[in-house]
Design a protein around this ligand. Structure first.
Ligand code: FES
Ligand code: FES
Length: 174
């Protein structure tokens, strides 16, 4: 089957198998290897991307289902050579060790902040409960998300209100 999909600001048209998972399409067909596979069974959240502005686990979506859609991966977040404020906050707060969970954590965190721009610790933990990390103990991840929330607040500087939640806000790749 043929699909046309926009990923990180670039439009692709490809033939896909009816049973091909979106995560395999992203990684193997168009080379978006920043989106990783941790489990393939919808448990870990490592494969999270934004589909038409909402976070989804891309191992739980078929490639044929995204025909006509707009997808943002972790590779499409940086803008003009600057990390997205959530990416920067993960860096600044040492919110990763091996980094395997990080692409999915960041994509889910951005979605979380779009829903709730000022989450307390419980709200962050609740919002990220579908994303597993085997290294960090989550403490610095929670800190990073709250730090990003602070920096993205209106009037907080250049990163204020930079929330990639709807297709109209989606940004292209570097
Ligand atoms: S690889 Fe998709 S949830 Fe684990
Ligand atoms: S940093 Fe290793 S799994 Fe999260």
């Amino acid at each position: 089957m043929r699909i046309t999909v926009t990923v990180d600001g670039t439009t692709y048209t490809d033939e896909v198998e009816p049973r091909q998972l979106l995560v395999h399409y992203l990684r193997e067909t168009i080379g978006k290897v920043g989106t990783v596979i941790g489990c393939d069974t919808s448990n870990c959240g490592a494969c999270t991307v934004h589909l038409d502005g909402q976070s989804v686990k891309s191992c739980s979506v078929l490639a044929v289902q995204v025909d006509g859609s707009e997808i943002t991966t972790v590779e499409g977040l940086a803008r003009d050579g600057r990390l997205h404020p959530v990416q920067q906050a993960f860096h600044d707060n040492h919110a990763l060790q091996c980094g395997f969970c990080t692409p999915g954590m960041i994509m889910q965190s951005i979605d979380l902040l779009a829903e709730n721009p000022d989450p307390d610790e419980n709200a962050v933990r609740h919002g990220l409960e579908g994303n597993l990390c085997r290294c960090t103990g989550y403490q610095n991840i929670v800190r990073a998300v709250r730090d990003a929330a602070h920096k993205m607040r209106p009037g907080a500087g250049p990163d204020a209100e930079r929330v990639e939640h709807s297709p109209s806000h989606a940004v292209g790749g570097e």
